[in-house]
Design a protein around this ligand. Structure first.
Ligand code: FES
Length: 99
């Protein structure tokens, strides 16, 4: 059975904003795109860059260190130098707005 953890109120996240949160021993990024929310591990799969500090355009986040791009919906790598899926939304985490 899934466990849900409240990380904030929907209106605390502006559209297009990414927030870094700590859940247990994990740093995660939570992004709002329109009415949807996405969660991902705040670790770039290229070289551990802080993705939540990157630039979000639509559903694409760009790592601030070397510019790899990922889909925050699927975790897919959209631009090198990363070659491994971003962990999060496509895996064990799901965001659900309760409002
Ligand atoms: S650490 Fe993210 S692109 Fe290199």
């Amino acid at each position: 059975m899934p466990e849900f953890i409240t990380v904030g109120k929907a209106d605390e996240f502006a559209d297009g904003q990414v927030k870094r949160l700590t859940l247990g021993d994990k740093e995660i990024g939570v992004a709002r795109v329109g009415k949807e929310f996405f969660a991902f591990e705040d670790v770039c799969t290229h070289d551990d860059g802080p993705l939540a500090e990157g630039t979000l355009e639509g559903e694409v986040i760009e790592c601030p260190r070397h510019g790899a791009k990922f889909s925050i919906r699927t975790g897919e790598v959209l631009s090198m130098p990363a070659s491994w899926l971003l962990q999060g939304q496509s895996g064990k985490w799901r965001c659900q707005s309760l409002s």
